[in-house]
Design a protein around this ligand. Structure first.
Ligand code: ACM
Length: 532
């Protein structure tokens, strides 16, 4: 066994080593064989597609080539012995592709448009970095010859953006999605509701956008400083905007998972609908401080009706399988003090408030499952007993994920110790304010989702990984890009590339070689890793 592992490692190192320089591919492909020579896109180069499934990807390639070279690449259905050809290969996996570049022909094989899209991302990374821009190229549009066979290690390759603490306009969300797609990430987890702001239009509850989406002021600096700016802050996405973003992501083969937080992180809801909390007569306000609010939803029938109505509208907007219901950081003090909650605990034969939270999540799970969707929640949903159909997102380290996988549940590993991109990535003295932590690019890259505690069967429940961009301190897109890149490149590689190819120094070289692409795209990436 050890010998096989060693052979894999050596194979991995050698192809990774070859992947330097001209082949700065991120994530590194499963197999890459470099070759002498190159293919040049010139006047007369055509694109042939063996199936209509490849048309949108072929059009993307043609458009980008035309933008930077002025060359029109006609896209035709059929076969060809030269030029760029997309061939249907039904023996490949849905996300797999093969890419063979010779001086005469570029051949992409895929089974689906998605596979072809990933081949396109690889092909683009093999071209001069200006392919990503809008300016006319000064050099030829060449692609080094090579043979690549590639497919992802994990099916879930995600990034989360918190738009509750800070609102990101539609165009900025699209840009966030654009960058994800370049590195073959396929899940955008959209954290839409928070104590400090509700950001999605729900037609049945107009106060969610009228009241819950606006806070009267925001925290300035560290929240322990208790300083406020006195300026109202708000924003939300209309259902039309949500549909537009979901469709936009879909064209880049990214599924959007909405998160509607419950029962905690719901203070903004209570500002509009106080009857869903501890005290209907209390005046709640949308949160202005960061941290965990004591004001939580109560497990009343009225609350379940509200949540089911909200989720019904949400499910109509998001066609993907998963609906994230939060479930994290729900303080139990108000439930402890409540006669209603204590009576419900007795009536339902529950042990304590943790089991009451489990009762809450089970009811929501039943509802979501009845609609043919899957519930996804943070690892606190394990406390008090895991709901039967839940998938667990492990954030407080990996213990929750390990526990859930051992119980036979699917798991997304998103440990704060490796994948929280709101953490510092270098010495805080030299960095803009961040929530804390110490998470260098190398540390992120070192994460291995198959934990030693899991046997082979249990490890199969680890469906992938996710990086999280919480935005208490991250007010806008340039800041978010600074925190996300290049760490998201490490995430993309862990999620996609074979374990055997893992090699930080090779990865760092490829990232360094790839920086001109980020420069062309004007990504505000952090450079600290270069000196680490
Ligand atoms: C979390 O970071 N509260 C999921």
């Amino acid at each position: 066994m050890k010998r096989i592992l060693l052979a894999f490692l050596i194979a991995g190192f050698s192809f990774s080593a070859m992947a330097q320089n001209a082949y700065n591919l991120i994530p590194v492909p499963k197999q890459l064989t470099p070759a002498e020579g190159s293919f040049t896109i010139k006047k007369g180069t055509g694109i042939s597609i063996g199936d209509e499934a490849f048309r949108s990807v072929a059009d993307m390639l043609a458009t980008q080539c035309q933008t930077v070279s002025g060359i029109v690449l006609p896209v035709k259905i059929g076969k060809a012995s030269s030029g760029i050809v997309f061939v249907m290969n039904s023996t490949l996996g849905d996300e797999a592709y093969a890419l063979n570049v010779t001086s005469k022909k570029i051949e992409v094989q895929a089974k689906t448009g998605k596979g072809a899209f990933y081949a396109l991302q690889t092909l683009m990374q093999l071209m001069p970095s200006q392919i990503y821009g809008k300016d006319l190229l000064t050099t030829a549009l060449t692609i080094p010859n090579c043979n690549i066979a590639d497919e992802p290690r994990f099916s879930y390759r995600g990034l989360m953006l918190d738009v509750g603490r800070h609102y990101y306009p539609v165009d900025h969300i699209k840009r966030f999605i654009d960058l994800m797609a370049m590195y073959k990430m396929n899940i955008f987890h959209w954290h839409l509701t928070e104590d400090q702001g509700w950001r999605i239009e729900i037609k049945k509850y107009p106060l969610l956008t009228k009241i819950s989406s606006i806070r009267k002021e925001s925290t300035v600096g560290r929240y322990s400083d208790k300083k406020f700016d006195g300026k109202p802050y708000g924003g939300f996405y209309t259902q039309e905007e949500v549909k537009d973003i979901v469709a936009y992501a879909g064209k880049k083969f990214i599924t959007v998972i909405p998160e509607i937080e419950m029962p905690g992180h719901s203070q903004a809801v209570l500002a509009a609908y106080p009857q869903l909390g501890a005290n209907a007569d209390r005046i709640y306000q949308v949160g202005t401080k960061w941290g965990v609010s004591e004001d939580v939803l109560f497990p009343r029938e009225e609350t379940f009706t509200f949540l089911e109505n909200v989720l019904t509208e949400v499910m109509a907007l998001f066609p993907g399988p998963y609906i994230h219901i939060g479930g994290d950081e729900c303080p139990k003090a108000q439930w402890k003090e409540s006669r209603f909650c204590q009576d419900l605990i007795k009536k339902e034969g529950l042990k304590d408030e943790h089991e009451l939270q489990s009762y809450f999540i089970r009811r929501i799970d039943k509802f979501i499952t009845s609609k043919g969707r899957k519930l996804l929640g943070w690892d606190e949903i394990l406390e008090g007993g895991l709901s039967p159909n839940a998938t667990v997102m492990s954030w407080r380290g990996t213990a929750g994920g390990v526990e859930a996988a051992k119980q036979g549940h699917d798991v997304v590993m998103s440990p704060n110790s490796f994948l929280y991109f709101d953490y510092y990535q270098a010495d805080p003295k030299t960095e803009p304010i961040a929530i804390g932590g110490n998470l260098t690019l190398a540390k992120t890259y070192s994460f291995e989702p198959y934990l030693p505690e899991l046997n082979a069967q249990e490890a199969k429940h680890v469906i992938g990984i996710q990086g999280n961009v919480w935005t208490e301190y991250i007010k806008d897109l340039p800041y978010a890009e600074y925190m996300t890149y290049p760490r998201a490149l490490a995430l993309a590689e862990i999620a996609w590339s074979p374990m055997a190819s893992k090699n930080y120094s090779d990865f760092k070289k490829r990232v360094t070689g790839h920086l001109p692409v980020l420069d062309v795209l004007k990504v505000n990436y952090a450079k600290a890793f270069l000196k680490q």
